[in-house]
Structures are given as C-alpha cells and as structure tokens.
Write a protein that binds this ligand. Sequence first.
Ligand SMILES: Cc1cc2nc3c(=O)[nH]c(=O)nc-3n(C[C@H](O)[C@H](O)[C@H](O)COP(=O)(O)O)c2cc1C
Length: 206
Amino acid sequence: MSRNSPPRFDDAFAAQFAELLSWRRDVRRFRRDALPEGLVERLLAQAELSPSVGHSQPWRWVRVSDEAQREAARASFRRCNADALDDYEGERARLYASLKLEGMREAPEQIAVFCDHATARGHGLGRRTMPETLDYSVVAAITQFWLAARVAGVGVGWVSILEPEAVCEALGTPPEWKLIAWLCVGWPEEESDVPELVRAGWEKGR
Ligand SMILES: Cc1cc2nc3c(=O)[nH]c(=O)nc-3n(C[C@H](O)[C@H](O)[C@H](O)COP(=O)(O)O)c2cc1C
C-alpha cells in the first residue's frame, strides 16, 4: 500500500539512528530466555523491506528449533573452529582459542539464512553480468535484520565458521539454496559500543 506523504526524520531521530549504528554489535553471549511471541516474525518482516536485485527477494529464513539439527550445526562449527585454530601459531593461536565465536547453544533463536538461486522472481533483472548480486541481496537483508533487532534490544550473532554442505544436509534444504549465514538471536548478556574482537585484542599486532 503506497502512502503519499513520506515521514520527515528530525534531528533527534538522526542522532538516535547514529547511536543505533554504533551500538549494533555482533553478539555471542546470550541470555537463554525466550523472545516474546511474534517478535522474530516482526523483525523478519522489517528485514524483508530491504533492497534486492531486480526485486528478487531471494532470502529464505529457516528458524531451526529441532535439537538434532542444531547439534549438527554446532558439530560443524566445532570441526571448522578446530581447523581454523590449527592455522594459527603461538600467541595468535592462544588468543584465537580464547575467543567466543558463536552463541549456538545459548541463543534461544537460531536462524539459517539462505539465498534461493532458483528463484524466478525478478526475471533475472540486474544480475546477468553479476549473478553474485543475488547473494548480496540476502546480506543486505541480514544487515537490516541486525539493525531492526537492535532497536528492539535483541542481539544477533552471525556465524560463518561452518561447513555449508553439513548445514544444508542437516536441514534438508533444496540444492539451489546457498547458505549465507547462521544467525544466533536473543537477549544479549552484555552490551558495548566496541566490537568484541577489538576488546579481546584480536586487532593488535600483525
Ligand atoms: C559475513 C560475516 C561473517 C561473520 N562470521 C562470524 C563468526 O563466524 N563468528 C563470530 O564470532 N563473528 C562473526 N562475524 C562477526 C564479526 O566478527 C563482527 O561483525 C566484527 O568483529 C565487528 O564486530 P561488530 O559486528 O560487533 O561491529 C561475522 C560477520 C560477518 C559480516
């Protein structure tokens, strides 16, 4: 439904929006209590207002509540994380081992996000020479979800230390769906306007 008079965003809103951007954090430490009924649906509806190439809207959100499926994803994380640790040496390996890089056990909501490469929506507009724009559209929607969640005080953590094949197999998704993200969603245990990796000193040194 279109409306004729767009809202005017005042200076107070602009200042709050700037605050929102600087307080949007990747969250790995969650309280375990459930989110209110309907909140995730509302956030996903807001995320789906995001742009997409040719208006293809290729995002597919899979809310994973089955414990066996969640455990399959956690097992994949453990394998990938161990392999990643093997690639580091000395002090950097010690620091990597100390990082918390997911909230897959604690966060009450776990959402696997896919890009549907088989979608006919958009009739291919805009992606003939840059097919990767379909994936970019999903990333844009995830960013919007992240911000919408933060407005509601909800934390989001993006997990990519996973084997896409293992996740797709555990969830039984169609072969044309590409895994873009695994999102942990819930109330944050702590808040900061500084990224956790910066606080942990991961940025320091070479
Ligand atoms: C594509 C992508 C993948 C990410 N994967 C992980 C991950 O597997 N584990 C993790 O702890 N953080 C992950 N992050 C979060 C980043 O580490 C985080 O965004 C960055 O350190 C900056 O912190 P901030 O989001 O709090 O500003 C990912 C972020 C993006 C955009």
